[in-house]
Design a protein around this ligand. Structure first.
Ligand code: F0G
Length: 357
């Protein structure tokens, strides 16, 4: 049967820049091709002249940017003949790994920090049939355990230290560049384990080398209670409401510093209050619901505008990366915003509460 309007995934869209061959089975959920949304309401709210765009990665099939890297990592794992994939995760990697593993007919094993995963993400790994093990320790410890397991057993590690993850994730830099017709001038993004900033930087450097496009300035933001790169030391007990980036010893620490230094950018921190404020701004002014960690990008932009440290010209393009969907962590929204009133079954009472009259 003829396939109509099939949306291709990142491997088919970017075959020429990815480590795949004719022998690689393409394990895809038609990820990527996410919208770059012009944020004119936020631009107005901030009173700035430059253009602000939101790369809404929450619209990937499992609700986060991880799918871009996972399609490549799981396809290569399937090609190599392993029977299982494994990851440590603050939630999104596990959701993505378990979904792609199902499509590849592989087992998935997920090691998570006990009590520190948003409910939406845990439910994804469970419904996809992953073997989920919660460890009484933080993400950094989970990753150490997974690395040790991989040294001794025939399972494929699909955390972002797997270079195939970085290759897949770099495609977001290509998409942004295609949408804008040029590389952005500045890119604001959250930083956790630091794989994503590493991947974007790789993508932009390739575009610079092959197409002579300018390199953007990379502006990465960690949560203030989990900011090892900013504080230049491991954080033994990272803290933040943004559980996705609650990481005290990022695996791609050095690569993140390279992206920062080569781009003349920064890696800085934003407080939980700043994250939640930006998170509400996105929902209330642009209609874009993200999980809290994603809002670290806009929180960072607001911080730099407030400091007076950031003053681009009117024609510049600033992109904020929104890494995960708001439905990943619905509890946070219900806790933050007041709950709806409950009234008896009466039109008059309902009308009274709606404010229509
Ligand atoms: N935003 C979200 C929604 C994430 O899930 C993560 C990382 C990040 C940002 C940070 O990206 O680690 O590449 O710097 N989540 C990982 C996970 C750690 O296990 O799902 P990073």
């Amino acid at each position: 049967m003829k396939e109509i309007n099939k949306q291709i995934g990142v491997i088919e869209r970017y075959t020429h820049i990815l480590p795949v061959t004719d022998k690689t089975p393409i394990i895809t959920l038609s990820e990527g091709s996410t919208p770059l949304i012009k944020a004119d309401n936020i631009k107005k709210m901030l009173g700035v002249n430059f253009n602000i765009y939101l790369k809404y990665e929450g619209l990937n099939p499992t609700g986060s940017f991880k799918d871009r890297g996972m399609t490549v990592a799981v396809s290569k794992a399937a090609e190599s003949g392993v029977k299982a994939v494994i990851c440590a995760s603050t939630g999104n990697t596990s959701a993505s790994a378990s979904a792609y593993a199902v499509r590849a007919g592989l087992k998935s094993i997920v090691i998570i920090p006990e009590g520190a995963i948003a409910l939406g993400k845990l439910s994804q790994a469970l419904i996809h049939g992953a073997k989920v093990v919660a460890v009484e320790g933080n993400f950094d410890r989970c990753l150490e355990i997974v690395r040790e397991i991989c040294e001794n057993y025939d399972v494929e590690l699909v955390n972002s230290i797997n270079p195939n993850r970085i290759e897949g994730q770099k495609t977001a830099a290509y998409e942004i560049t295609e949408a804008l017709g040029d590389t952005p001038d500045y890119q604001f993004m959250p930083v956790g384990n630091a794989g994503n900033i590493t991947a974007y930087w790789k993508g932009y450097k390739e575009l610079n080398e092959t197409k002579a496009l300018n390199l953007p300035v990379m502006m990465g933001f960690q949560a203030a209670g989990s900011a090892p790169i900013v504080e230049k030391k491991f954080i033994k007990e990272p803290k933040t409401i943004a559980t996705a980036i609650k990481i005290g010893n990022p695996a791609s620490w050095e690569q993140a510093e390279t992206a920062r230094d080569e781009s003349d950018g920064v890696i800085d921190r934003v407080t939980d209050e700043e994250i939640l404020e930006a998170w509400q701004d996105l929902a209330e002014t642009e209609g874009v619901f993200v999980e809290p960690a994603s809002a670290a990008s806009l929180a960072g932009l607001k911080k730099y505008l407030d400091n007076g440290d950031f003053n681009p010209a009117y024609s510049k393009n600033v992109v904020c990366i929104l890494t995960g969907h708001g439905l990943k962590d619905p509890d946070r929204a219900v806790e933050t915003v007041s709950r709806p009133p409950v009234v008896s079954d009466s039109v008059d009472k309902v009308v009274k509460c709606t404010g229509i009259k």
